[in-house]
Ligand binder design. Sequence first.
Ligand code: ADP
Ligand code: MG
Length: 347
Amino acid sequence: MSKPTLGIIGGGQLGSLLCSAAKKLKIKTIIFSDDQNAPAQNFSDGFIYGKYDDPNKINEFINQVNIITYEFENIPFKTLDEIDKKKSVLPKPSINKIIQHRLAEKDFINNLKIRTTRYIYVDKRSQIENAKDLLPGLLKTTTLGYDGKGQFFLNNIESVKDLDINFSKGYILEKLVELKKEISIIITRFDEKKYEIYEPIENLHEDQILKHSRIPADISNKILEQSKLWSIRLAEELKFIGTMCVEFFIDKNDNLYVNEIAPRVHNSGHLTINAFNISQFENHIRAVCKLEQIPIKKISNAKMINLIGDQISAYRKKNYASNEFFFDYFKKEIKQKRKMGHLTTLI
Ligand code: ADP
Ligand code: MG
């Protein structure tokens, strides 16, 4: 059977890294993005620029590919669903619908008796004033948030008065967890009870943006086992096909909470490119294109640093040792808080 052509919606660094992994497997990729400068076009075989609700552009895209996947979760559900009627979209749009809405996502996780932070839905200021036990807390938009965007820290009831936001958009108020540590698990599910799961990755955020990741995570065996079991359960319940990520909090008393699910490859898994025989990107391609599932094996422990904003300039000039792997995302413009590249070091 000839190899399929894979369509990828979204053209950021995750798209680029998916394209590189596909190339290794001799699978052609077409990127569809609403950003004319999308960096992934430097790595793909084809590129279509268009709005995510432009039926002509969407059709042009569909006609060039056999299977469709996506590299970010904030694509309108309607778009994904319409595409899915003509060409198979994996992971299924119904999964994305749950996960792109923070309330639906948290309810889904809680209904499985998997612990999350305490939260309530909020669309009026007075609801926060009546939920003092959730303060200090974080108010998060239900949709379209990433890298801490659309989040407001509320220290006490006084800070609620100063909030200048449109409540009717819908938010969740979430109790602040006293964090000891954050970890994530990357899992690629191929079929029922068929998956490859990477060991937990320890993550450090700065200003709510991921800055450092490393394996092995310095965690107890109990947390290791629990986080894996919960990730497998979530992937199975969602009937997920492809790579997904579960982000966890660990509090000062060693309680584990699921923070959120990313229905896609994830920044914390960049180190899998160099530290494993098969990366999260390659596994995603293998799962959605129905290629062989190969057991993952760790080659080395590793750490990764995200290069954000201006920081990239110095790294572009450096020389690297053989255990260091520098990735430049070739974004057109350097912007503050923008992820510009990363460096993985095998340790
Ligand atoms: P995003 O969708 O922007 O990734 P997250 O909900 O994952 O949003 O929040 C980003 C980061 O902010 C988390 O990784 C964590 O460091 C911090 N954070 C978010 N919610 C909480 C919370 N309830 N308690 C403590 N820290 C939090
Ligand atoms: Mg997050």
